[in-house]
Design a protein around this ligand. Structure first.
Ligand SMILES: Nc1ncnc2c1ncn2[C@@H]1O[C@H](COP(=O)(O)OP(=O)(O)O)[C@@H](O)[C@H]1O
Ligand SMILES: O=C(O)C1=C[C@@H](OP(=O)(O)O)[C@@H](O)[C@H](O)C1
Ligand SMILES: [Mg+2]
Length: 168
């Protein structure tokens, strides 16, 4: 049973790399935000707006822990998931965890241009966004660093990721 959880800040590439890595390994791909959206029938942003962050955190944790994962699966998590409850410990005890590390500057650049709205960012732009990311990443990175493997988000490739997974 190989279960690989991708963790990291919003915009580091968990969803896009997760899909590519799963295809490269011939694994199943699950994005927990997509799973939540399918379950509640709205987008993450709409769910936040209607029910608030606290309910979202409870639901994403429940989905993480109750999903019936197929044998070989790459799981992309939401950027906040490792930082709530015992979610990070749960992932490290149920599979391998891989932190996609990116600088606040690179994250700000991606999130400024991202199509999917991130409610946690509250529509921030420019310097406000950059400052917010720096603080939020500092707050969250201790959780991400608990991951068993760390990869540089700027110099990633599917083959490089496969090598890391092979080593696992
Ligand atoms: N390797 C990359 N280089 C540049 N931009 C990227 C790369 N991977 C993802 N992006 C962009 O960054 C944004 C966030 O990617 P996504 O996979 O949704 O990240 P996450 O799931 O970690 O929030 C998207 O707009 C995507 O197009
Ligand atoms: O960092 C966060 O708190 C969040 C990250 C999002 O996922 P991505 O990291 O895939 O953007 C999504 O779960 C939600 O908007 C909250
Ligand atoms: Mg994502």
């Amino acid at each position: 049973m190989s279960l690989i959880f991708l963790v990291g800040f919003m915009g580091c590439g968990k969803t896009s790399w997760g899909r590519k890595l799963a295809a490269g390994l011939d694994f199943t791909f699950i994005d927990l935000d997509h799973k939540l959206e399918a379950q509640v029938g709205t987008t993450v942003a709409e769910y936040f707006a209607t029910h608030g962050e606290e309910k979202f955190r409870l639901l994403e944790s429940e989905i993480l822990k109750t999903t019936d994962y197929p044998e070989n699966t790459v799981v992309s998590t939401g950027g906040g998931l490792p930082c709530f409850f015992d979610n990070m410990d749960w992932m490290t005890s149920h599979g391998q965890t891989l932190y996609i590390q990116l600088s606040p500057k690179a994250l700000a650049h991606r999130l400024e241009n991202a199509k999917t709205p991130r409610p946690v960012l509250q529509g921030k732009k420019g310097d406000d966004l950059a400052e917010f990311i720096e603080h939020k990443l500092a707050e969250r990175e201790g959780f991400y660093l608990k991951a068993t493997h760390h990869v540089d988000g700027m110099s990633m490739s599917v083959d490089g990721l496969k090598e890391v997974v092979g080593a696992i």
